[in-house]
Design a protein around this ligand. Structure first.
Ligand code: UDX
Length: 435
């Protein structure tokens, strides 16, 4: 089927290449000319495992074409809207200008019976408002939120846990869902649970899921705060409560907390939207979730100050990790980069290493020093902070690392290291939430 994808950021680019891999003829549109040029050459503008190969195959086979001319969507039967909804400047609310602009640019090219599929994360109520504009030209809007994780984007797109459609009542909604089913035909949809519902529920599913995940992380980090004052070990606590299948061990890794382009902004936008609807109280707890999360960063800085004898000024601080999570080059709201910048602000000589995110980190925090070689980053360090759990840091040989640093002190912000092995190699090991 001929389909279009409007917005070729993280979500859109992966979605477009994935749809091409299912055999569809895909046209991708983005206003960012540099991004279009890169994708047209089959080159990914970001780091994502497995995406480069998928993209190169899609472009090479002639199944994916990209352009900045939205008129190219003409003739497609299904149009995916994948643009971003960043946090608006000066408030917690979502900035919907890209979604509005994408729909406005699409409408003149839509024909009767075509389907517009919203995949962006939006405040509840957005789809109902956009639907009127789409229906005015005889097309139908489906809200179909995306749940992909960075680092697993290709697998999550092609093998989702569930598929959610928000559709209008009646025949038009049924037809639109049927057409989208054709696009997602096997192997994507086969055996995948499907929930077909109204617009509001579909929009809420996405923010509810992200709020739940953020809450789970902040819950265990709150327990880490308790462990710190009471002398407990949050890792053992997480293992123990995680054995209860109603709770589960996933997303109970205590540490520096959540960052990235989704969880932080989504919970803030949810609070802002709930306030507008007069239901702010219902999600006021998300304010605590956010506060617990950012307190972990402050605690990490405190620990560094403590092991440096009360003063960071002039100390060489090796920060391992800049990305908000491993297998990503994304530094949006990265806890690691935030801690690095705070230590720099206290006068430390901070040297940041990351296997993939240095270029993005340098654009965001240009005053920090960056080192692409891991051993060079460690050399002469007075303290080492592991702030993103890249495999490269787990695999470090603690004895070899000890020979490089000035003082063998390590702060494990992600529970990434084997504590006993590092202690046996002579390191002073400190971690959040552990004695
Ligand atoms: C998230 C959702 O998982 C995904 O479904 C949604 O579509 C987009 O937002 P992503 O931002 O890629 O995906 O990352 P995720 O793997 O969820 O991690 C988010 C943050 O939480 C990271 O900073 C990670 O380090 C942190 N985290 C995760 C923890 O601190 N502890 C955990 O146990 C799990």
């Amino acid at each position: 089927m001929r389909v279009s994808v409007v917005g070729l950021g993280y979500l859109g680019a992966v979605h477009a290449a994935s749809m091409a891999s299912l055999g569809h003829e895909v046209v991708g549109v983005d206003v960012d000319v540099a991004r279009v040029e890169s994708l047209a050459l089959g080159k990914s503008p970001f780091f994502e495992p497995g995406f480069d190969e998928l993209l190169a195959r899609a472009v090479g086979a002639g199944r994916l074409s990209v352009t900045s001319d939205v008129a190219a969507v003409a003739g497609a039967r299904v149009h995916f809207v994948c643009v971003g909804t960043p946090q608006a400047a000066g408030s917690g609310a979502a900035d919907l200008s890209f979604v509005e602009a994408a729909v406005s640019s699409l409408v003149p090219h839509l024909g009767p019976g075509e389907v517009v599929v919203g995949k962006s994360t939006v405040p509840v109520g957005t789809a109902a408002r956009l639907a009127a504009r789409v229906e005015a030209v005889g097309a139908t809007l489906v809200w179909n939120p995306e749940f992909l994780r960075e680092g697993f984007a290709v697998a999550d797109t092609l093998h989702p846990d569930r598929i959610v459609y928000g559709v209008p009542d009646g025949e038009a909604g049924r037809r639109a869902a049927g057409l989208l089913d054709e696009v997602y035909a096997a192997p994507l949809a086969e055996g995948t649970p499907q929930v077909v519902t109204d617009y509001a529920t579909a929009e809420l599913v996405k923010v509810a899921a992200n709020s739940f995940l953020a809450t789970k992380i902040s819950f265990i980090n709150a327990m880490a705060e308790l462990c710190e004052v009471a002398g407990g070990d949050v890792t053992r606590l997480a293992d123990a409560i995680g054995h209860d299948q109603r709770i589960g061990r996933k997303f109970l890794n205590a540490g520096l907390g959540f960052g990235g382009g989704c969880l932080p902004k989504d919970i803030r936008a949810f609070m802002a939207r709930a306030d507008e609807l007069g239901a702010g109280e219902a999600v006021a707890f998300l304010g605590e979730v956010d506060a617990i999360n950012t307190r972990r960063r402050a605690r990490m800085v405190e620990l560094a100050v403590e092991v440096l004898g009360g003063d960071v000024a002039g100390a060489r601080v090796a920060v391992l990790g800049a990305a908000f999570k491993p297998d990503s080059d994304d530094v949006r709201d990265s806890p690691a980069l935030d801690v690095a910048a705070r230590l720099d602000g206290l006068g430390g000589h901070v040297v940041v290493h990351d296997p993939q995110a240095i270029d993005n980190a340098r654009r965001k925090e240009p005053s920090l020093a960056y080192e692409r070689d891991l051993e060079a980053a460690l050399t002469g360090a007075d303290v080492v902070l592991v702030l993103t759990e890249w495999r490269h840091y787990r695999d470090l040989d603690p004895a070899r690392a000890a020979a490089l640093v000035a003082r063998p002190q390590v702060l494990d912000g992600r529970g990434a290291l084997d504590r006993e092995a590092w202690q046996a190699a002579g390191w002073t090991y400190r971690a959040l939430g552990r004695p």
